[in-house]
Design a protein around this ligand. Sequence first.
Ligand code: FMN
Length: 328
Amino acid sequence: MVNLSTTYLGLNLKNPIIVASSGLTENLKSLQEIEKNGAAAVVLKSIFEEEITNEYEAITAEAEQLGYHDEHMDYFDYQIREKNLLKYVELISNAKKELSIPVIASINCHSSHEWEYFAANCEKAGADAIELNIFISPSDISLNCELIQKRYFTIIEKILNKVTIPVSLKISPYFSDLGSMIFRLSKTGIKGMTLFNRFFSPDFDIYKMEVSSSFVFSHADEIAQSLRWVSLMSSRVDCDLAASTGIHSGEAIIKQILGGASAVQIASVLYQNGTEYISTMLSTLEKWMKEKSFDSIDSFKGKLSQTESSNAAVYERVQFMKYFSGKF
Ligand SMILES: Cc1cc2nc3c(=O)[nH]c(=O)nc-3n(C[C@H](O)[C@H](O)[C@H](O)COP(=O)(O)O)c2cc1C
């Protein structure tokens, strides 16, 4: 009998599959399906301050035309924020009531006081942990690298001072000093990191001549980036790692655990195959563990991380020097 349980952020998970923050985790019905199909935890759809700001801007534009004054605008701002936050807090507390698996809240804010306010409310609603979905766009040409990076540390420090539940950080790979950033962020007191977020990308509809959305779901070969960085960093960081992006099969879960991940977060594969696919992925994992005589996740976790490897240099290789001669 193999034991699929693992720990992530100090939470006991019955297996390594966490359903990632997405439309799949934004309502109770879907969360119940996810639990029924075997997931070990869920990260709720993020609450975005930007969405609240957009709604506020639309309402204030209309209000301005109607001749409302500044104090009315402040009231609208407060109302919209509270309405959205209340909805989110309700989702957390309902999920906690109805599910037995851990429920991780996810927040994405702009202003530092909102990060703290949202996080405190998620804790109060009963979330088991909070994932900070931080991305500061490098498209803002007034911000240099130092300023962008400093914001990550400031946000984390403020939130860690505000809440007592475990906090994790979900980041993108878009840092020029990615290894150093992952290392330094892991030392802040966060309990885990999700490597990596995958973003919405715009595309062009050349017939309508307009911008459209595209590439919503990942492809299985997108696993390469997180696999490399999980394997490079897992033995160096001071927190757990969850792998995300391009994990589309049980084999992909095995790879990430071999690299040193404590858990994986999946979304696209479930959009494409339904949440029932969780059990297929778990069966593959279980079968492989039996074949290899591994009786627990810990017994093979990190076995192919860079520090365990006899070929450490290959993890840092980026050029295909001898690729076509059949060697890498
Ligand atoms: C439709 C959709 C909505 C998503 N919404 C969020 C979100 O609200 N917050 C977040 O942190 N990530 C969000 N993500 C990113 C996923 O959590 C995940 O990190 C990413 O899709 C990579 O995993 P995958 O390759 O298994 O899809 C979303 C992804 C998709 C496809």
